[in-house]
Design a protein around this ligand. Structure first.
Ligand SMILES: [Zn+2]
Length: 171
């Protein structure tokens, strides 16, 4: 089951219906809640392709992946009442392209700044999988907000899918 890539492993768990953090499949990626919910609503959007850089995606896939990321981060903002969204593509640890989407709230860190100023043992001490009702509530809130964002951007998405030739497997 394990491969050289942690994210490919997580995608295999999603496909086997064994990833408790899984929220939703979109055309170009998988939406999951992060293990840590210290920053409540922290969401990841994992690319379906294993590539290490955004520009290594097939160009048409890349366009739709960016649009879908924007939809997910908008939904994240709505679902978790963000004062500010933080959207990051890092990948120094796990190089498979994935977005970190953080709904931030005023004063959620001692000084205004990136979440990474929070000690990792604090941030990752909050594994939401140990609290099934909370995990369900967060997944439901995000899924519902994604529906709203997808509907609001249906025309754009259809235009992009026509442009890219990618079929939306969502419906
Ligand atoms: Zn991978």
């Amino acid at each position: 089951m394990t491969s050289a890539c942690t994210i490919c492993d997580r995608i295999k768990l999603i496909q086997a219906h064994q990833n408790p953090y899984f929220v939703r499949e979109l055309t170009t990626g998988y939406v999951v809640l992060a293990d840590s919910q210290y920053f409540e609503g922290y969401t990841l959007f994992l690319a379906k392709y294993h590539v290490t850089e955004l520009h290594y995606l097939p160009r048409r896939e890349e366009l739709l992946y960016l649009e879908e990321m924007s939809i997910v981060q908008e939904a994240c903002a709505q679902a978790f009442h963000a004062d500010k969204m933080n959207v990051e593509l890092l990948g120094n640890g796990d190089a498979h392209v994935h977005w970190h989407l953080f709904p931030r709230h005023n004063n959620d860190t001692p000084k205004p700044g990136p979440v990474w100023w929070t000690p990792l043992e604090t941030m990752y001490g909050d594994d939401v999988s140990r609290d099934a009702p909370r995990l369900s509530r967060l997944k439901y809130a995000l899924n519902t907000a994604i529906d709203v964002s997808l509907n609001a951007r249906q025309a754009e998405l259809q235009a992009l899918q026509g442009l890219t030739g990618l079929v939306n497997h969502e419906n």
